[in-house]
Design a protein around this ligand. Structure first.
Ligand code: NAI
Length: 475
Protein backbone atom coordinates (compact mmCIF):
# COMPACT_ATOMS: atom_id res chain seq x y z
CA UNK A 1 0.00 0.00 0.00
CA UNK A 2 0.96 3.66 -0.32
CA UNK A 3 0.87 4.19 3.41
CA UNK A 4 -2.32 6.25 3.14
CA UNK A 5 -4.57 3.29 3.81
CA UNK A 6 -3.57 0.13 5.64
CA UNK A 7 -5.46 -2.85 4.35
CA UNK A 8 -5.27 -6.46 3.24
CA UNK A 9 -7.46 -7.60 0.36
CA UNK A 10 -7.01 -10.03 -2.54
CA UNK A 11 -6.41 -7.69 -5.48
CA UNK A 12 -6.90 -3.93 -5.78
CA UNK A 13 -7.22 -4.25 -9.56
CA UNK A 14 -10.70 -5.67 -9.00
CA UNK A 15 -11.84 -2.26 -7.72
CA UNK A 16 -13.29 -1.02 -11.01
CA UNK A 17 -15.56 -4.07 -11.33
CA UNK A 18 -16.46 -3.67 -7.66
CA UNK A 19 -17.38 -0.03 -8.18
CA UNK A 20 -19.71 -0.88 -11.08
CA UNK A 21 -21.58 -3.46 -8.99
CA UNK A 22 -21.72 -1.09 -6.02
CA UNK A 23 -23.37 1.50 -8.27
CA UNK A 24 -25.96 -1.07 -9.37
CA UNK A 25 -26.55 -1.98 -5.72
CA UNK A 26 -27.08 1.65 -4.70
CA UNK A 27 -30.08 1.79 -7.00
CA UNK A 28 -31.54 -1.25 -5.20
CA UNK A 29 -30.88 0.10 -1.69
CA UNK A 30 -33.31 2.99 -1.27
CA UNK A 31 -33.23 2.85 2.53
CA UNK A 32 -29.48 3.41 2.70
CA UNK A 33 -29.61 6.13 0.04
CA UNK A 34 -32.37 7.87 2.03
CA UNK A 35 -30.11 7.77 5.10
CA UNK A 36 -27.41 9.56 3.09
CA UNK A 37 -29.86 12.18 1.85
CA UNK A 38 -31.26 12.78 5.30
CA UNK A 39 -28.07 12.87 7.34
CA UNK A 40 -25.25 13.88 5.00
CA UNK A 41 -25.27 17.50 6.22
CA UNK A 42 -25.84 16.83 9.92
CA UNK A 43 -23.16 14.07 10.01
CA UNK A 44 -24.47 12.39 13.18
CA UNK A 45 -21.61 9.86 13.08
CA UNK A 46 -18.81 12.48 13.03
CA UNK A 47 -16.29 11.24 15.58
CA UNK A 48 -17.50 7.65 15.38
CA UNK A 49 -14.70 5.12 14.91
CA UNK A 50 -16.52 1.95 13.86
CA UNK A 51 -14.92 -1.49 13.93
CA UNK A 52 -17.09 -3.45 11.49
CA UNK A 53 -17.21 -7.25 11.24
CA UNK A 54 -19.77 -8.24 8.62
CA UNK A 55 -19.59 -10.18 5.31
CA UNK A 56 -17.57 -7.89 2.97
CA UNK A 57 -19.99 -7.96 0.04
CA UNK A 58 -21.19 -5.43 -2.51
CA UNK A 59 -24.19 -4.65 -0.27
CA UNK A 60 -21.94 -4.11 2.74
CA UNK A 61 -19.88 -1.72 0.62
CA UNK A 62 -22.98 0.48 0.26
CA UNK A 63 -23.45 0.30 4.05
CA UNK A 64 -19.81 1.24 4.66
CA UNK A 65 -19.96 4.25 2.34
CA UNK A 66 -23.21 5.35 4.00
CA UNK A 67 -21.54 5.26 7.43
CA UNK A 68 -18.61 7.25 6.02
CA UNK A 69 -20.92 9.81 4.42
CA UNK A 70 -22.58 10.27 7.82
CA UNK A 71 -19.20 11.18 9.27
CA UNK A 72 -17.84 7.89 10.61
CA UNK A 73 -14.36 6.45 10.21
CA UNK A 74 -14.44 2.69 9.75
CA UNK A 75 -12.15 -0.32 9.70
CA UNK A 76 -13.73 -3.47 8.26
CA UNK A 77 -13.35 -7.25 8.27
CA UNK A 78 -15.61 -10.03 7.08
CA UNK A 79 -17.40 -12.20 9.65
CA UNK A 80 -16.83 -15.40 7.66
CA UNK A 81 -13.76 -16.84 5.94
CA UNK A 82 -15.57 -17.47 2.63
CA UNK A 83 -18.05 -14.58 2.35
CA UNK A 84 -15.90 -11.72 1.03
CA UNK A 85 -16.50 -10.54 -2.52
CA UNK A 86 -12.98 -9.56 -3.45
CA UNK A 87 -14.05 -6.88 -5.94
CA UNK A 88 -16.20 -5.15 -3.30
CA UNK A 89 -13.31 -5.24 -0.82
CA UNK A 90 -10.97 -3.77 -3.43
CA UNK A 91 -13.38 -0.96 -4.29
CA UNK A 92 -13.64 -0.02 -0.60
CA UNK A 93 -9.88 0.25 -0.22
CA UNK A 94 -9.34 2.19 -3.46
CA UNK A 95 -12.20 4.62 -2.75
CA UNK A 96 -11.82 7.67 -4.99
CA UNK A 97 -8.13 6.92 -5.52
CA UNK A 98 -6.50 4.34 -7.79
CA UNK A 99 -5.10 0.85 -7.14
CA UNK A 100 -1.63 2.50 -7.01
CA UNK A 101 -2.87 5.26 -4.71
CA UNK A 102 -5.77 3.90 -2.63
CA UNK A 103 -7.76 6.50 -0.67
CA UNK A 104 -10.67 4.55 0.70
CA UNK A 105 -11.42 2.51 3.79
CA UNK A 106 -9.09 0.09 5.58
CA UNK A 107 -10.53 -3.35 4.81
CA UNK A 108 -9.04 -6.64 5.97
CA UNK A 109 -10.92 -9.37 4.11
CA UNK A 110 -10.54 -11.81 1.25
CA UNK A 111 -12.41 -14.90 0.05
CA UNK A 112 -10.78 -18.02 1.47
CA UNK A 113 -9.11 -16.86 4.67
CA UNK A 114 -7.65 -19.38 7.09
CA UNK A 115 -8.91 -19.20 10.68
CA UNK A 116 -5.57 -17.61 11.65
CA UNK A 117 -6.10 -14.98 8.94
CA UNK A 118 -9.66 -14.46 10.10
CA UNK A 119 -8.76 -13.62 13.69
CA UNK A 120 -5.80 -11.53 12.51
CA UNK A 121 -8.31 -9.47 10.47
CA UNK A 122 -10.54 -9.12 13.54
CA UNK A 123 -7.54 -7.82 15.49
CA UNK A 124 -6.84 -5.29 12.69
CA UNK A 125 -10.30 -3.68 12.85
CA UNK A 126 -9.79 -3.13 16.59
CA UNK A 127 -6.28 -1.69 16.08
CA UNK A 128 -6.56 2.00 15.19
CA UNK A 129 -3.75 4.28 14.06
CA UNK A 130 -2.45 7.13 16.20
CA UNK A 131 -3.12 5.33 19.46
CA UNK A 132 -6.87 5.82 19.06
CA UNK A 133 -9.49 3.29 20.13
CA UNK A 134 -12.62 2.32 18.22
CA UNK A 135 -15.74 3.69 19.93
CA UNK A 136 -18.39 1.63 18.12
CA UNK A 137 -18.64 -2.00 16.96
CA UNK A 138 -20.86 -3.22 14.14
CA UNK A 139 -21.01 -6.99 14.41
CA UNK A 140 -22.54 -9.97 12.63
CA UNK A 141 -22.46 -13.12 14.73
CA UNK A 142 -20.64 -11.44 17.60
CA UNK A 143 -17.02 -12.38 16.87
CA UNK A 144 -15.58 -8.85 17.28
CA UNK A 145 -17.60 -8.44 20.49
CA UNK A 146 -16.43 -11.85 21.73
CA UNK A 147 -12.79 -11.00 21.00
CA UNK A 148 -12.99 -7.79 23.06
CA UNK A 149 -14.79 -9.54 25.93
CA UNK A 150 -12.28 -12.40 26.03
CA UNK A 151 -9.44 -9.87 25.88
CA UNK A 152 -10.80 -8.02 28.90
CA UNK A 153 -11.51 -11.26 30.78
CA UNK A 154 -7.94 -12.54 30.34
CA UNK A 155 -6.38 -9.13 31.06
CA UNK A 156 -8.23 -9.08 34.39
CA UNK A 157 -7.26 -12.71 35.08
CA UNK A 158 -3.63 -11.77 34.38
CA UNK A 159 -3.10 -14.41 31.67
CA UNK A 160 -4.55 -16.11 28.64
CA UNK A 161 -5.41 -19.68 29.68
CA UNK A 162 -4.04 -22.79 27.95
CA UNK A 163 -6.57 -24.48 25.68
CA UNK A 164 -8.31 -27.46 27.24
CA UNK A 165 -8.97 -30.75 25.47
CA UNK A 166 -12.62 -29.89 24.89
CA UNK A 167 -11.87 -26.52 23.21
CA UNK A 168 -12.57 -26.32 19.49
CA UNK A 169 -9.82 -25.72 16.96
CA UNK A 170 -11.17 -22.24 16.39
CA UNK A 171 -11.10 -21.37 20.09
CA UNK A 172 -7.44 -22.46 20.18
CA UNK A 173 -6.75 -19.98 17.37
CA UNK A 174 -8.50 -17.21 19.34
CA UNK A 175 -6.47 -17.98 22.47
CA UNK A 176 -3.24 -17.92 20.46
CA UNK A 177 -4.17 -14.61 18.85
CA UNK A 178 -5.02 -13.07 22.23
CA UNK A 179 -1.73 -14.31 23.69
CA UNK A 180 0.22 -12.25 21.14
CA UNK A 181 -2.23 -9.33 20.88
CA UNK A 182 -0.86 -5.85 21.47
CA UNK A 183 -4.29 -4.38 22.24
CA UNK A 184 -5.18 -2.68 25.54
CA UNK A 185 -8.53 -4.42 25.86
CA UNK A 186 -9.66 -2.64 29.01
CA UNK A 187 -9.13 0.79 27.46
CA UNK A 188 -10.76 -0.44 24.27
CA UNK A 189 -13.87 -1.74 26.03
CA UNK A 190 -14.14 1.51 27.99
CA UNK A 191 -13.99 3.45 24.77
CA UNK A 192 -16.73 1.47 23.03
CA UNK A 193 -20.14 3.15 23.37
CA UNK A 194 -21.89 0.10 22.04
CA UNK A 195 -22.37 -2.62 19.46
CA UNK A 196 -25.10 -3.11 16.89
CA UNK A 197 -25.58 -6.82 16.14
CA UNK A 198 -26.90 -8.15 12.85
CA UNK A 199 -27.87 -11.80 13.32
CA UNK A 200 -29.85 -14.27 15.44
CA UNK A 201 -26.76 -16.14 16.63
CA UNK A 202 -24.92 -12.95 17.66
CA UNK A 203 -28.01 -11.72 19.48
CA UNK A 204 -28.17 -15.02 21.41
CA UNK A 205 -24.62 -14.45 22.58
CA UNK A 206 -25.43 -10.89 23.70
CA UNK A 207 -28.48 -11.90 25.78
CA UNK A 208 -26.41 -14.69 27.34
CA UNK A 209 -23.67 -12.22 28.34
CA UNK A 210 -26.25 -9.77 29.67
CA UNK A 211 -27.82 -12.56 31.79
CA UNK A 212 -24.41 -13.43 33.21
CA UNK A 213 -23.71 -9.72 33.92
CA UNK A 214 -20.70 -10.05 31.63
CA UNK A 215 -21.72 -7.54 28.97
CA UNK A 216 -19.30 -4.59 28.94
CA UNK A 217 -21.24 -2.10 26.80
CA UNK A 218 -24.77 -1.62 25.48
CA UNK A 219 -26.00 -3.43 22.39
CA UNK A 220 -28.74 -2.90 19.87
CA UNK A 221 -30.25 -6.10 18.56
CA UNK A 222 -30.77 -5.24 14.90
CA UNK A 223 -31.85 -8.79 14.05
CA UNK A 224 -35.17 -8.44 15.86
CA UNK A 225 -36.27 -5.36 14.03
CA UNK A 226 -39.20 -6.75 12.08
CA UNK A 227 -37.76 -5.23 8.91
CA UNK A 228 -34.64 -7.34 9.49
CA UNK A 229 -35.49 -10.85 10.66
CA UNK A 230 -38.86 -11.12 8.88
CA UNK A 231 -37.28 -9.97 5.60
CA UNK A 232 -33.53 -10.75 5.37
CA UNK A 233 -33.71 -14.08 7.24
CA UNK A 234 -36.75 -15.19 5.26
CA UNK A 235 -36.96 -13.51 1.83
CA UNK A 236 -33.19 -13.05 1.59
CA UNK A 237 -32.65 -16.75 2.23
CA UNK A 238 -35.47 -17.63 -0.17
CA UNK A 239 -33.27 -16.04 -2.84
CA UNK A 240 -29.76 -16.98 -1.77
CA UNK A 241 -30.22 -20.59 -0.59
CA UNK A 242 -31.00 -22.01 -4.01
CA UNK A 243 -28.48 -19.60 -5.53
CA UNK A 244 -25.79 -21.27 -3.42
CA UNK A 245 -26.99 -24.81 -4.23
CA UNK A 246 -27.18 -23.97 -7.95
CA UNK A 247 -23.77 -22.36 -8.21
CA UNK A 248 -22.23 -25.08 -6.06
CA UNK A 249 -23.75 -28.13 -7.75
CA UNK A 250 -26.13 -27.14 -10.57
CA UNK A 251 -28.28 -30.09 -9.56
CA UNK A 252 -31.96 -30.02 -10.59
CA UNK A 253 -33.91 -29.31 -7.41
CA UNK A 254 -37.36 -30.18 -8.79
CA UNK A 255 -38.57 -33.62 -7.76
CA UNK A 256 -35.86 -34.09 -5.15
CA UNK A 257 -36.38 -34.69 -1.45
CA UNK A 258 -35.01 -31.74 0.50
CA UNK A 259 -34.76 -31.75 4.29
CA UNK A 260 -34.69 -28.37 6.05
CA UNK A 261 -33.53 -28.55 9.68
CA UNK A 262 -35.11 -25.72 11.65
CA UNK A 263 -38.29 -23.82 10.76
CA UNK A 264 -37.53 -20.40 12.18
CA UNK A 265 -37.26 -17.34 9.95
CA UNK A 266 -34.36 -18.77 7.93
CA UNK A 267 -35.88 -22.27 7.72
CA UNK A 268 -39.15 -20.81 6.42
CA UNK A 269 -37.27 -19.06 3.62
CA UNK A 270 -35.32 -22.26 2.83
CA UNK A 271 -38.44 -24.43 2.67
CA UNK A 272 -40.26 -21.94 0.44
CA UNK A 273 -37.38 -21.63 -2.01
CA UNK A 274 -36.87 -25.39 -2.31
CA UNK A 275 -40.61 -26.02 -2.66
CA UNK A 276 -40.72 -23.23 -5.25
CA UNK A 277 -38.27 -25.27 -7.34
CA UNK A 278 -40.51 -28.31 -7.03
CA UNK A 279 -38.63 -30.19 -4.32
CA UNK A 280 -40.56 -32.33 -1.83
CA UNK A 281 -39.64 -30.59 1.41
CA UNK A 282 -39.38 -32.25 4.81
CA UNK A 283 -38.83 -30.15 7.93
CA UNK A 284 -37.21 -31.08 11.25
CA UNK A 285 -37.95 -29.03 14.38
CA UNK A 286 -37.59 -29.18 18.16
CA UNK A 287 -40.15 -26.46 18.89
CA UNK A 288 -43.81 -27.63 18.73
CA UNK A 289 -44.98 -24.22 17.53
CA UNK A 290 -42.59 -24.14 14.57
CA UNK A 291 -43.27 -27.83 13.86
CA UNK A 292 -47.00 -27.12 13.73
CA UNK A 293 -46.39 -24.10 11.47
CA UNK A 294 -44.40 -26.30 9.08
CA UNK A 295 -47.19 -28.88 9.03
CA UNK A 296 -49.82 -26.17 8.39
CA UNK A 297 -47.67 -24.84 5.56
CA UNK A 298 -47.91 -28.27 3.96
CA UNK A 299 -44.57 -29.81 4.79
CA UNK A 300 -43.95 -33.24 6.27
CA UNK A 301 -42.31 -32.87 9.68
CA UNK A 302 -40.02 -35.72 10.66
CA UNK A 303 -36.80 -36.45 12.51
CA UNK A 304 -33.61 -36.48 10.51
CA UNK A 305 -32.93 -40.03 11.72
CA UNK A 306 -36.15 -41.22 10.11
CA UNK A 307 -35.71 -39.60 6.69
CA UNK A 308 -31.96 -39.27 6.24
CA UNK A 309 -31.81 -42.24 3.84
CA UNK A 310 -34.26 -40.63 1.39
CA UNK A 311 -32.84 -37.10 1.32
CA UNK A 312 -31.20 -35.66 -1.79
CA UNK A 313 -30.50 -32.29 -0.15
CA UNK A 314 -30.11 -31.51 3.58
CA UNK A 315 -29.90 -27.90 4.76
CA UNK A 316 -29.36 -26.79 8.37
CA UNK A 317 -30.92 -23.50 9.52
CA UNK A 318 -31.05 -23.91 13.29
CA UNK A 319 -28.27 -21.89 14.95
CA UNK A 320 -27.81 -25.09 16.99
CA UNK A 321 -24.89 -27.56 16.97
CA UNK A 322 -24.42 -31.21 15.83
CA UNK A 323 -27.66 -31.18 13.84
CA UNK A 324 -26.23 -33.29 11.02
CA UNK A 325 -23.74 -35.83 12.38
CA UNK A 326 -21.15 -37.97 10.66
CA UNK A 327 -23.46 -40.96 11.29
CA UNK A 328 -26.24 -39.15 9.40
CA UNK A 329 -23.92 -38.54 6.46
CA UNK A 330 -22.83 -42.17 6.51
CA UNK A 331 -26.49 -43.14 6.06
CA UNK A 332 -27.22 -40.74 3.17
CA UNK A 333 -27.76 -41.56 -0.52
CA UNK A 334 -24.83 -41.32 -2.91
CA UNK A 335 -24.03 -37.67 -3.69
CA UNK A 336 -26.59 -36.24 -1.30
CA UNK A 337 -25.92 -32.52 -0.91
CA UNK A 338 -25.29 -31.26 2.62
CA UNK A 339 -25.16 -27.56 3.42
CA UNK A 340 -25.57 -25.14 6.29
CA UNK A 341 -27.16 -21.69 6.13
CA UNK A 342 -27.01 -20.94 9.88
CA UNK A 343 -24.26 -18.67 11.18
CA UNK A 344 -21.61 -21.06 12.50
CA UNK A 345 -20.01 -24.22 11.09
CA UNK A 346 -20.89 -26.53 13.98
CA UNK A 347 -24.43 -27.35 12.74
CA UNK A 348 -22.85 -30.03 10.54
CA UNK A 349 -20.31 -32.14 12.42
CA UNK A 350 -17.38 -31.54 10.07
CA UNK A 351 -14.85 -32.63 12.70
CA UNK A 352 -16.67 -35.97 13.04
CA UNK A 353 -16.75 -36.35 9.26
CA UNK A 354 -13.01 -35.72 8.96
CA UNK A 355 -12.38 -38.24 11.75
CA UNK A 356 -14.41 -41.00 10.04
CA UNK A 357 -12.00 -43.91 9.40
CA UNK A 358 -11.25 -44.42 5.72
CA UNK A 359 -13.08 -41.30 4.52
CA UNK A 360 -11.58 -39.38 1.61
CA UNK A 361 -12.07 -35.73 0.71
CA UNK A 362 -12.18 -34.86 -2.99
CA UNK A 363 -12.35 -31.17 -3.76
CA UNK A 364 -14.47 -30.52 -6.84
CA UNK A 365 -13.88 -26.77 -6.79
CA UNK A 366 -13.49 -24.15 -4.05
CA UNK A 367 -16.27 -24.55 -1.47
CA UNK A 368 -17.52 -27.83 -2.99
CA UNK A 369 -16.15 -31.11 -1.61
CA UNK A 370 -17.15 -34.69 -2.11
CA UNK A 371 -16.54 -36.81 0.99
CA UNK A 372 -16.22 -40.45 -0.07
CA UNK A 373 -17.00 -43.11 2.53
CA UNK A 374 -15.24 -46.48 2.62
CA UNK A 375 -18.37 -48.16 1.14
CA UNK A 376 -18.00 -45.96 -1.94
CA UNK A 377 -20.93 -43.59 -1.41
CA UNK A 378 -20.21 -39.88 -1.12
CA UNK A 379 -21.84 -36.74 0.24
CA UNK A 380 -21.31 -33.32 -1.32
CA UNK A 381 -20.58 -30.76 1.39
CA UNK A 382 -20.93 -27.08 0.51
CA UNK A 383 -18.61 -24.40 1.94
CA UNK A 384 -17.03 -26.83 4.41
CA UNK A 385 -20.18 -26.57 6.52
CA UNK A 386 -20.14 -22.76 6.68
CA UNK A 387 -22.98 -20.59 5.44
CA UNK A 388 -23.44 -21.76 1.88
CA UNK A 389 -25.40 -18.79 0.57
CA UNK A 390 -22.37 -16.57 1.15
CA UNK A 391 -19.72 -19.22 0.49
CA UNK A 392 -21.13 -20.70 -2.73
CA UNK A 393 -23.05 -17.63 -3.91
CA UNK A 394 -23.09 -13.91 -3.13
CA UNK A 395 -25.47 -13.79 -0.18
CA UNK A 396 -28.73 -11.89 -0.10
CA UNK A 397 -29.58 -9.40 -2.84
CA UNK A 398 -29.32 -5.65 -2.33
CA UNK A 399 -32.96 -4.74 -1.84
CA UNK A 400 -33.48 -6.95 1.19
CA UNK A 401 -30.09 -5.97 2.67
CA UNK A 402 -31.13 -2.32 2.35
CA UNK A 403 -33.78 -3.06 4.99
CA UNK A 404 -31.29 -4.77 7.31
CA UNK A 405 -28.59 -2.14 6.87
CA UNK A 406 -30.91 0.84 7.27
CA UNK A 407 -31.65 -0.63 10.71
CA UNK A 408 -27.88 -0.88 11.26
CA UNK A 409 -27.36 2.79 10.39
CA UNK A 410 -30.22 3.91 12.66
CA UNK A 411 -28.87 1.73 15.47
CA UNK A 412 -25.34 3.13 15.09
CA UNK A 413 -26.73 6.69 15.25
CA UNK A 414 -28.82 5.84 18.34
CA UNK A 415 -25.97 4.34 20.35
CA UNK A 416 -23.35 6.84 19.23
CA UNK A 417 -25.39 10.01 19.72
CA UNK A 418 -27.46 9.05 22.80
CA UNK A 419 -25.18 6.94 25.02
CA UNK A 420 -26.94 8.31 28.11
CA UNK A 421 -30.21 6.66 26.96
CA UNK A 422 -28.62 3.20 26.78
CA UNK A 423 -27.16 1.84 30.01
CA UNK A 424 -25.39 -1.50 29.44
CA UNK A 425 -28.00 -3.98 28.20
CA UNK A 426 -29.53 -5.26 24.97
CA UNK A 427 -32.14 -3.13 23.17
CA UNK A 428 -34.20 -3.24 20.00
CA UNK A 429 -35.02 -0.18 17.91
CA UNK A 430 -38.38 1.45 18.64
CA UNK A 431 -41.28 0.46 16.40
CA UNK A 432 -41.58 3.85 14.74
CA UNK A 433 -38.07 3.40 13.31
CA UNK A 434 -38.90 -0.16 12.20
CA UNK A 435 -41.97 1.17 10.37
CA UNK A 436 -39.83 3.95 8.92
CA UNK A 437 -37.40 1.43 7.42
CA UNK A 438 -40.29 -0.33 5.69
CA UNK A 439 -41.74 2.97 4.51
CA UNK A 440 -38.45 3.87 2.80
CA UNK A 441 -38.74 0.74 0.64
CA UNK A 442 -42.33 1.11 -0.56
CA UNK A 443 -41.95 3.58 -3.44
CA UNK A 444 -39.38 1.46 -5.25
CA UNK A 445 -41.93 -1.36 -5.44
CA UNK A 446 -44.85 0.87 -6.39
CA UNK A 447 -46.64 0.22 -3.11
CA UNK A 448 -49.49 2.63 -2.29
CA UNK A 449 -50.35 2.70 1.42
CA UNK A 450 -53.86 3.30 2.70
CA UNK A 451 -54.08 6.15 5.22
CA UNK A 452 -56.34 5.86 8.27
CA UNK A 453 -59.03 8.51 8.64
CA UNK A 454 -59.15 10.21 12.06
CA UNK A 455 -62.29 8.24 12.88
CA UNK A 456 -60.63 4.98 11.94
CA UNK A 457 -57.49 5.86 13.90
CA UNK A 458 -59.63 6.68 16.97
CA UNK A 459 -61.53 3.43 16.51
CA UNK A 460 -58.30 1.39 16.47
CA UNK A 461 -56.70 3.51 19.17
CA UNK A 462 -53.57 4.30 17.13
CA UNK A 463 -52.15 7.46 15.61
CA UNK A 464 -52.89 7.82 11.91
CA UNK A 465 -49.12 7.97 11.23
CA UNK A 466 -48.32 4.94 13.43
CA UNK A 467 -46.86 3.11 15.20
CA UNK A 468 -49.60 0.69 14.25
CA UNK A 469 -48.93 -2.41 16.32
CA UNK A 470 -48.13 -3.18 19.95
CA UNK A 471 -44.58 -4.42 20.61
CA UNK A 472 -45.79 -8.00 21.13
CA UNK A 473 -47.31 -8.21 17.65
CA UNK A 474 -45.55 -10.94 15.64
CA UNK A 475 -46.25 -10.12 11.96
P1 NAI B 1 -34.73 -18.89 14.62
O1 NAI B 1 -34.45 -18.98 16.07
O2 NAI B 1 -35.88 -18.10 14.12
O3 NAI B 1 -34.88 -20.36 13.98
C1 NAI B 1 -34.08 -21.46 14.30
C2 NAI B 1 -35.05 -22.66 14.43
O4 NAI B 1 -34.29 -23.86 14.57
C3 NAI B 1 -35.94 -22.56 15.66
O5 NAI B 1 -37.30 -22.64 15.27
C4 NAI B 1 -35.50 -23.74 16.53
O6 NAI B 1 -36.59 -24.29 17.25
C5 NAI B 1 -34.96 -24.70 15.51
N1 NAI B 1 -33.97 -25.64 16.03
C6 NAI B 1 -33.02 -25.43 16.99
N2 NAI B 1 -32.30 -26.54 17.20
C7 NAI B 1 -32.78 -27.48 16.36
C8 NAI B 1 -32.44 -28.83 16.10
N3 NAI B 1 -31.45 -29.42 16.78
N4 NAI B 1 -33.14 -29.50 15.17
C9 NAI B 1 -34.16 -28.91 14.49
N5 NAI B 1 -34.53 -27.61 14.68
C10 NAI B 1 -33.84 -26.92 15.61
O7 NAI B 1 -33.38 -18.34 13.95
P2 NAI B 1 -33.22 -17.77 12.46
O8 NAI B 1 -33.39 -16.30 12.49
O9 NAI B 1 -34.02 -18.60 11.55
O10 NAI B 1 -31.66 -18.04 12.23
C11 NAI B 1 -31.14 -19.35 12.11
C12 NAI B 1 -29.62 -19.25 11.88
O11 NAI B 1 -29.37 -18.61 10.62
C13 NAI B 1 -28.88 -18.40 12.91
O12 NAI B 1 -27.61 -18.97 13.12
C14 NAI B 1 -28.74 -17.05 12.21
O13 NAI B 1 -27.69 -16.28 12.74
C15 NAI B 1 -28.50 -17.49 10.79
N6 NAI B 1 -28.80 -16.54 9.71
C16 NAI B 1 -28.18 -16.78 8.52
C17 NAI B 1 -28.42 -15.98 7.43
C18 NAI B 1 -27.71 -16.23 6.16
O14 NAI B 1 -27.72 -15.38 5.28
N7 NAI B 1 -27.07 -17.37 5.98
C19 NAI B 1 -29.36 -14.85 7.49
C20 NAI B 1 -30.01 -14.71 8.78
C21 NAI B 1 -29.73 -15.54 9.83
Amino acid sequence: GSGLVDYRVADLNLAEFGRKEIELAEHEMPGLMAMRERYRDAKPLAGARIAGSLHMTVQTAVLIETLVELGAQVRWASCNIFSTQDHAAAAMVVGDGTPEDPRGVPVFAWKGETLEDYWWCTEQILTWPGGEQPNMILDDGGDATLYVHKGVEFTKAGEVPQASASDSGEYRVILEKLRTSGLDFVALANSVRGVTEETTTGVHRLYEMAREQALLFPAINVNDSVTKSKFDNKYGVRHSLIDGINRGTDVLIGGKVAVVCGYGDVGKGCAESLAGQGARVIVTEIDPICALQAAMDGYQVATLDDVVGTADIVVTATGCRDVVTAAHMAAMKHNAIVGNIGHFDNEIDMAGLEATPGIERRTVKPQVDQWVFPDGHAVIVLSEGRLLNLGNATGHPSFVMSNSFTNQVLAQIELFTKPQDYPTGVYTLPKHLDEEVARLHLDALGVRLTTLTDTQADYLGVAAQGPFKPDAYRY
